[in-house]
Design a protein around this ligand. Structure first.
Ligand SMILES: [Ca+2]
Length: 136
């Protein structure tokens, strides 16, 4: 069980900090988790759920910077790849490589990478990481 160390309501979102064995990790819960304003129903997240939500949080950290807050343009994708995936992807500082990744991910060719399109990259990185583990 996680122990809740602090609980804060911001607008209609609850910020709940829980204590984990490894340290403290903030968990942002969407409004439907809140039964009443000022009172939150705390649901314990599993490790996998925590990691999955972490992927969404990272996507949002970059998608909110420019233009549409929920999609990545090329410069946001470049920053995300350079800062967050420098070991998983090769040539992350090389513009032609970034252009290629962006084109591959932007399936509907609207010049923006949505979360659904971004998941393709996450899936590719995960599959490569899994294959690499079995090589050793
Ligand atoms: Ca797109």
């Amino acid at each position: 069980m996680r122990e809740v160390s602090s609980l804060e309501v911001k607008g209609d979102t609850c910020l709940i900090k829980t204590s984990l064995a490894q340290g403290s990790s903030p968990v942002l819960l969407p409004p439907h988790f809140c039964a009443l304003r000022g009172e939150c129903e705390v649901r314990e997240m599993t490790k996998l759920e925590d990691h999955l939500e972490g992927i969404i949080n990272i996507f949002h950290q970059y998608s909110i910077r420019l233009g549409d807050y929920d999609t990545l343009n090329k410069s946001e994708l470049k920053k995300l790849i350079t800062k967050e995936l420098p070991n998983a992807l090769k040539n992350t500082k090389d513009q032609p490589s970034i252009d290629k990744v962006f084109q591959e991910l932007d399936a509907d060719k609207d010049g923006q990478v949505t979360f659904e399109e971004f998941v393709v990259l996450v899936s590719r990185v995960l599959k490569t990481a899994h294959a690499d583990i079995h090589k050793e």
